[in-house]
Design a protein around this ligand. Sequence first.
Ligand SMILES: [Zn+2]
Length: 67
Amino acid sequence: MSTNTEIECPSCGGIILIDAARLLQGGSFGCTNPECDASVSLSQSSYQVANNAVREFEKFKGQLKGK
Ligand SMILES: [Zn+2]
């Protein structure tokens, strides 16, 4: 199943596409805005952002289970 999620870029407000499974394995993900070089990973200062994304994903999974 897909673990993709989107978060708001902390730098430009654009979209960062995140694969939660890869994120937990140490992957990093860049902003989709070509003029922005922000990226998030669990090992960088944007940990909170990544953490939020994972939490959102867990919430989403919970909704799927509820159906
Ligand atoms: Zn950005």
